[in-house]
Unconditional design. Sequence first.
Length: 312
Amino acid sequence: MSAVRKRTWRQRWLRIAFGAFALVVAVLLVRYARGIDWPAVAAALAGLDTTTVSRVAALAVLSFLTYGSYDLVARRYTGHHLSTRRVLGIGMTAYAFALCVGAAIGSAGFRLRMYARSGLGIGTISRIIGFSVAGNWLGYGTLAGVLFASGAVSPPAQWSFGSGWLRATGVVMLALVVAYLAACVAWHGRVVHVRGHHLRMPSVGLGALQVALATFNWSLMATMLFFLLGTAHPWPLVAGTLLLAAVASAMVHLPAGIGVMEAVFIAVLAAGVPDARILAALLAWRALYYVAPLVLATAFYLGFEARGRRSA
C-alpha cells in the first residue's frame, strides 16, 4: 500500500473514531440533561459562599500568571529581549482566548499576532508557541500520569475502556515525560527534526521548569473545582476527572468544551455529589476562569492594537 493510501486510510479511521466519540458524548449530554433539576442548579449557584468564590478567583489569577510564565521561560529558551510585562500580557491574553475559542486561534494565533507586532520574527515566535504548547501538555502528562497510573480515578462504567487501560495510559504518559527530560540532557542545543518541524532541545533545567510550571497550573485548575464542589470528593479524583474532561473537550473541538466537561464530570462524580451541585460548580468555574479573563484579555488586546507597535 502506498504512503498516500495509508495516510488516506488513517485519516478516514480518525474521522470515524472522532464521529463515534462525538456521538457517545452527545448521548451522554442528552441523557443527563433530561434528568437535571435546573432550579436546583440555580439554588446551588446561589448557595456558593463568598469565601469560596474569593478563594477560587485568587487561584484563577495565580493560574493565569503561571501560564504567562510559560512565555517567560520561552524567552530564556529563544533569547529574545521583550520586557517581562509584555511577555506576561501576551501569554495570559493568548491563554484566555485559547480557553474559549481553541488553541489554534487563541494560543497560536494571538501569540503570532502580538509577538509579531512587538518586533519578533516568525522563527522565534514559532519556537515560543511550540515551547509553550509542549510544556502545557508535558505538565498534563505528568499530573495525569501520576493520577491515572495510581488508580486515583476510574473511567465511568459506560465508557469503552476500563481502569487497566487508564493505568497503562498513565504509565506511558510518565514515560514520555521522562524521555523528554532525558532528551534535554542528551541533545541539549541540538536541532531535532520531527515531520518537517525543526526543534532545538532546551537545557534540562529549562525543560524541568517547563514541566513543573505546567503541572502546577493543571493542579491549580483542579483545586478550583475541588473548592467549588465543596470537597465532597478527594482532590486526586477531581483532578483526574478534569484531566479526562480536558482530553474529551480537545477531541470534540467545542468552544470551551461546553457540554463535554459537564457530561464527563457528571458521569464520574455523580455518585457522591448531586448533579445540580456539579453543574453549579462548573458554571461558577467557567464564569471565574473563562468569562472574566476573556473580558480582561479582550480589553488588553484592543488596547495593544490601539497603541500599535512600540518598543518593549
